[in-house]
Ligand binder design. Sequence first.
Ligand code: NAD
Ligand code: TYD
Length: 336
Amino acid sequence: MKLLVTGGLGFIGSNFVRYMLNKYPDYRIINLDKMTYAGNPANLADIADNPHYSFVRGDIIDVQLVEKLIGEGCDAVVNFAAETHVDRSIADAGGFITTDVYGTFVLLEAARRHKIKRFIQISTDEVYGEAESEPCTENAPLNPKSPYAASKAGADRLAFSYWATYQLPVIITRCSNNYGPYQYPEKMIPLFVTNALEDKPLPVYGDGQNTRDWIYVLEHNAAIDLLLHSSGLDGEVFNIGSGGEYSILQIAGIILKVLGKTDRLICLVKDRPGHVRRHAVNTDKIRRVLNWQSQISFEQELEKTIRWYQNNRSWWEPIKSGSYREYYRTHYGVEL
Ligand code: NAD
Ligand code: TYD
């Protein structure tokens, strides 16, 4: 199989590329990535020389480039490329609309023209907005609360429309919050772990009681792999999640305990505008259809993830410098 992966230098995409090359050494993987602040070649340094892997630096909104890459005998597309950070979307939404919505359109158009056999649109559980009393099923209404979530909802429904209108074999995934190695330290878990390692405050928004369903990134990768190889599921949406709901304060507490640091590092700061109180997904469908379910204990895997950041300072220390410090000062109003 020849696979076009977009956004493969980011957190989930890089873990996916490595996972796929390990599992299917005969596949060819083309990684199209713009190398934004979040796209880091170090995430795939270990496989950069693999003859079955090639990297193309470019933008998914580049029609000619996308047309060429998909036209060169590509069998399937997995679209991870996106602007992904809620806080950045609140500060400046434009790039989210361009990449997440328009970029997805460019990919869908080329996929349609070249009759691609499988298109996986990596959407997110954030498209649902608040999970009220029950975790959201795939039929729950979409009420995205941030410009990031709304741009992903636009791409999600655009991908569906290419199935409904043109029978492009699209599958849409809505996964919960991922954690694991190589996550850019603007997201909560790697931010808190790396701050704690440097004895810096952990900025907890609001009262710290907001909850998310946390899934280990390689479990997410495995679910995408199953969907990629499935048949008879065109046009379908699948939630992916672990069912393990933890609040920000609970996670901050685990991180500090594992690292042997004081709770005094926890610092309650101004809340995020439109902060979703609870994201949670019902995963009965993927369990029923593909026999996939999360097998991993959150606390054990979180501890391993914390140790990964502890043992890989050379990965994150260069990131937390330069423009990152500028971002931190602007966003949190303090020096890092
Ligand atoms: P990330 O921010 O770590 O990586 C995004 C990658 O996309 C980067 O490598 C970046 O350079 C690339 N990119 C951005 N704009 C691009 C463009 N215009 N053209 C080409 N490449 C571009 O993100 P992530 O956390 O790995 O998320 C990957 C996907 O998974 C996203 O679509 C996101 O919405 C979705 N998702 C993420 C989570 C999560 O918890 N992180 C949960 C559910 C869904
Ligand atoms: P984040 O990692 O940004 O993911 P998302 O907003 O996509 O769920 O945030 C996860 C949770 O952590 C969310 O409830 C917001 C909270 N959070 C903080 O309390 N402090 C922070 O500095 C960040 C980045 C997030």
